[in-house]
Design a protein around this ligand. Structure first.
Ligand SMILES: [Mn+2]
Length: 430
């Protein structure tokens, strides 16, 4: 059974918070006006901001040690759509969903499209999965997929990606995201160059099958499941592969897939410069690929990434238009709450980056005034833009306080009654 948050309930919650929001918004408007910034122009841009949600994100995640499922977890992709609709109805930031195949494969894609359309949702990038074996699969991916030493295994992995493109076309998507777990656990286990050559040969077949208007995004990952080396380990391997394949192959940056202290914003700048930035998987990280909620650990880093993105837009950089997707593992929170929170944190980084005084920054850079250049960024980062985000949500019919409204709605309690226990089965973290 499908359940939607009642718009009257959102309205009722908003009414109680409206006067305080107006006061805060007006006060911030006066502060920004002193810096020559029109709060209304910023609010319009905040309202237009979108970040896609991953279908796999609405289930409770886990580690390789255990998974502790929450109540009312989605049973299938139709349930996932209901949860995604709640996230978007309250946050007004997430109208598209990124599916993962074969997890989300169905017999009737028409029914899936019909349901997503009825909820006001569209389909973002398609994610293929050759990092685990499926029941009845002829060849195992234990030792790799697109770069496997065995040709038949590589062909099976290629065929799955072609199938993903076909399913994606039925859903109206236009991007395939490829992440492989291929790599090695022991020095000497794999010949680096030969493995990379086999990967490229496989990807050439997939690239050649891209329909008109489609792109393929390559995702790199430093480690896990392979702990010594991975075939697409870093942004260097990633962009080399993308350059080798052609202009419709681009690099995807997952914030958690870099070495600690890596200057991700500079990588983003490089990819923008060479028209190779395909998109993002937003999350946060303390130690490695720990898939924490966006903005939970390094909000300044996310702001600096958006500073590059807003700068590219400001300079009208040719060929610039990356996709934004959340990719996190919600192990101890209600995934709907984490995804709403995280979408807002990503939007917050974007809106703060809009406040950067770019002509002033350029002047300080040209004058080698390091302190004032840094302070220019900090001035934007230190501005609390919460009233802008809340106003943008409210104007689009969303909730001023999405978490409070969600909790008051009783949605989780309701679906917990309707959906059977999911058990401790695995949930995807990529
Ligand atoms: Mn990812």
């Amino acid at each position: 059974m499908s359940m939607r948050i009642d718009p009257n309930q959102i309205e009722e919650q908003n009414t109680a918070l409206q006067a305080a929001l107006r006061e805060d918004y007006d006060a911030l408007g006066r502060t920004l006006a002193r810096a020559g910034i029109d709060i209304e122009a910023i609010t319009i841009q905040a309202a237009a901001f979108e970040v896609a949600v991953p279908s796999w994100g609405v289930g409770t995640g886990g580690t390789r040690f255990a998974r502790f499922p929450g109540p009312g977890e989605p049973v299938d992709v139709f349930d996932k759509l209901d949860d995604c609709a709640v996230i978007n109805d309250l946050s007004r930031l997430t109208s598209s969903i990124s599916p993962h195949f074969p997890w989300d494969a169905v017999d009737d894609f028409g029914a899936l499209l019909e349901k997503s359309a009825s909820l006001g949702l569209t389909w973002d990038s398609i994610n293929s999965n050759t990092f685990q074996d499926q029941p009845g699969q002829a060849h195992s991916y234990k030792y790799g997929s697109l770069s496997h030493t065995d040709e038949a295994t590589r062909e099976q992995a290629i065929a799955h990606n072609l199938q993903c493109i076909e399913w994606g076309q039925q859903l109206g998507s236009d991007t395939l995201t490829v992440w492989v777990g291929d790599g090695s656990n022991h020095p000497g286990q794999s010949h680096f160059q030969r493995a990379f050559e086999r990967y490229l040969d496989s990807m050439r077949v997939i690239y050649a099958a891209l329909p008109d208007g489609w792109e393929v995004h390559i995702e790199h990952k430093m480690f896990e499941p392979a702990f010594y080396s991975t075939v697409i380990q870093d942004w260097g391997s990633n962009v080399l592969a993308a350059m080798e394949l052609g202009e419709r192959a681009k690099s995807l940056v997952d914030l958690g897939h870099h070495a600690p202290n890596c200057n991700i914003e500079m990588i983003v700048s490089r990819l923008i410069q060479f028209k190779k930035l395909g998109g993002f998987h937003f999350n946060d990280s303390k130690y490695g690929d720990d898939d924490l909620d966006s903005g939970a650990i390094h909000p300044y880093q996310m702001f600096l990434v958006f500073n590059e993105l807003v700068d590219a837009d400001y300079r009208k950089q040719e060929g610039f238009g990356p996709r934004y997707l959340l990719d996190q593992s919600h192990n101890v929170t209600d995934p709907i709450e984490s995804l709403m929170n995280s979408a807002i944190e990503v939007q917050r980084a974007f809106v703060k980056a809009l406040l950067v005084d770019r002509p002033a920054l350029e002047g300080f850079q040209d004058d080698n005034d390091a302190l004032m250049a840094s302070n220019t960024l900090k001035a934007a980062f230190n501005t609390d833009v919460s009233p802008i985000l809340a106003m943008a949500r409210q104007r689009q019919g969303g909730a001023i306080d999405p978490i409070a409204t969600y909790r008051a709605s009783g949605y989780r309690e309701q679906v917990a009654k309707e959906r059977p226990d999911s058990g401790g089965s695995g949930s995807g973290i990529v």
